[in-house]
Design a protein around this ligand. Structure first.
Ligand code: SAH
Ligand code: SF4
Ligand code: F3S
Length: 474
């Protein structure tokens, strides 16, 4: 048994990580024969992509995908630690699974992802949830076959979580959720240590993948007819800084654009290391989408300092204006936290001012959530929950007004849209995304799914657009 350790997780040492290729132990290929699996994913795109790897590994073991957790022989929760409610959701699900397991003790239950890297969660799994059969962490996802096989053999709770990353694994099999858009990891972990955030503890040190491995993956996707890649990392702008040489995010973006993939996206960008060269490359290539997720977190320089964000309100605004000036039709989205310990009404007003100035195209807003083990957890916090929720409400009103305004500007324009899929609940039959990452609903034939087509915007809503397909010339 290996368990997480925060003291270890916090350490940052310059090490060259051993890069290995995933090897599948063929003797395990019938482990799941005749059985069904269900993976429930919480959290960010990185977790979603990890689940794509997990699913492919489970299928190599002989399992087949179930339509829901009620009809599966193996249920695996891929969890997120970012806020309290993510925790609550995963524990709530474990409660439901417990009932199922009382009726059918043969169901196998697994737990992985960021929560598995938390000391407190592992203690809870041992004491309160002994029915969970196996646990692995974010650093040893590739070890799933062995952990599962040991759990089945020993009939005991198997916990294998590495406190720190040990190696980088290439060629992990992947079952992609989409046939036309794909996630590609470019950098793992995070060294920023924003004072509120748990990610540097659950995901470990910043580690860039080698450019050759990334480009090979993108080239394969181009070959397979993919229309879009999203380059993933907690802070993609730091790409390459941990490797030898001067190859950085701007170089990688340029090389990925030159593979000819029709659409390149990337996320998330930290404002602190967003370079002018990156802006130039985004502006230069038509296939790098003009959509930047640039979390600001707060509009108060005083609070930004307490958050450890390394930029001031003015520096953010300068970068923001530069992007708007130099990248044609750029769409900029953000993340904002309200109720950070010590945030006063004046600080919050500064956030509202910044939102008014920027008119973001999209945003995610959150109430600060205390994360065990982070520095902000120990800060004095005098703002009541009621006040925090009220601030969130006021912030959302302002953000929403901005989204609507930015969407209204698009009415009458014809935009390139990657048709993503069928609408099950809406009046129109299809939906897709514009280059600026706006969701657009429209009627059309199913055969358009996976294609990039022209759609004219006819109406604007707060979170989406309505459109009409423009006759396609062949
Ligand atoms: N790496 C990305 C963000 C990852 S987490 C970045 O640095 O921008 C996604 C968002 O969750 C963050 O941008 C932040 O707004 C929010 N978040 C992170 N920790 C939080 C906490 N403790 N409470 C509330 N929101 C938090
Ligand atoms: Fe968390 Fe900050 Fe790293 Fe983003 S940059 S993952 S907010 S520590
Ligand atoms: Fe959550 Fe881990 Fe992503 S904490 S947001 S799943 S990196």
């Amino acid at each position: 048994m290996h368990v997480p350790n925060y003291q270890e997780a916090k350490k940052r040492e310059r090490v060259v990580f051993d890069i290995q290729k995933f090897v599948f132990d063929d003797s395990l290929k019938n482990l799941g024969k005749g059985k069904k699996y269900f993976v429930k994913t919480y959290g960010c795109q990185m977790n979603e992509h990890d689940s794509e790897n997990i699913q492919a590994i489970l299928e190599k073991l002989g399992f087949e995908e179930a339509s829901d957790y009620l009809h599966s022989d193996l249920i695996l929760l891929n969890t997120c630690s970012i806020r309290e409610n993510a925790h609550n959701k995963a524990f709530g699900m474990l409660g439901r699974i417990q009932h199922l397991k009382e009726e059918n003790p043969n169901i196998l239950v697994g737990f992985c992802g960021c929560m598995a890297q938390e000391e407190g969660v592992i203690q809870a799994l041992k004491k309160k949830y002994p029915f969970v059969n196996f646990v692995f962490g974010t650093h040893n996802l590739y070890d799933l076959p062995n952990v599962l096989a040991s759990a089945i053999e020993s009939k005991k709770q198997e916990i294998e979580v590495l406190a720190k990353e040990e190696k980088m694994m290439e060629d992990i099999p992947v079952k992609r959720a989409s046939k036309h858009k794909a996630y590609v990891n470019i950098i793992y972990g995070c060294d920023k240590f924003c004072t509120y955030c748990i990610v540097p503890y659950t995901r470990g040190s910043q580690r860039s993948r080698k450019k050759e491995d990334i480009l090979r993956e993108v080239e394969e996707l181009v070959h397979d007819g993919y229309q879009e890649v999203t380059l993933l990392g907690q802070n993609v702008n730091a790409y390459g800084k941990d490797l030898e040489g001067n190859y950085r995010m701007e170089n990688l973006l340029e090389d990925v654009a030159q593979t000819g993939i029709p659409r390149v996206r990337f996320m998330t960008s930290h404002p602190w290391d967003f370079t002018d060269q990156m802006i130039d490359v985004i502006a230069k290539y038509k296939n790098i989408m003009p959509a930047i997720h640039l979390p600001v977190q707060s509009g108060s320089t005083r609070i930004l300092k307490r958050m450890g964000r390394r930029y001031t309100k003015d520096e953010y605004l300068t970068l923001f204006s530069k992007m708007r000036e130099r990248i044609p039709n750029v769409s900029i989205s953000t993340d904002i936290i309200v109720g950070f310990p010590g945030e006063t009404e004046e600080d919050f007003q500064e956030t509202l001012d910044l939102v008014e100035t920027c008119q973001f195209d999209n945003a995610f807003s959150f109430v600060f959530s205390k994360r065990e083990g982070t520095p902000a957890c120990k800060l004095e916090d005098n703002t009541t929950e009621e006040e925090k929720n009220e601030r969130l409400y006021r912030l959302n009103e302002k953000l929403n007004a901005g989204f609507l305004k930015s969407n209204q500007k698009l009415v009458g324009k014809t935009l390139k849209v990657l048709v993503d899929g069928k609408n099950s609940t809406k009046k129109t039959s299809l939906y897709g995304y514009t280059e600026g990452n706006k969701m657009i609903n429209f009627d059309g034939d199913e055969s358009l799914i996976g294609k990039i087509i022209d759609v004219k915007v006819v109406d604007a809503k707060t979170w989406s657009l309505d459109g009409e397909v423009v006759c396609q010339k062949n």
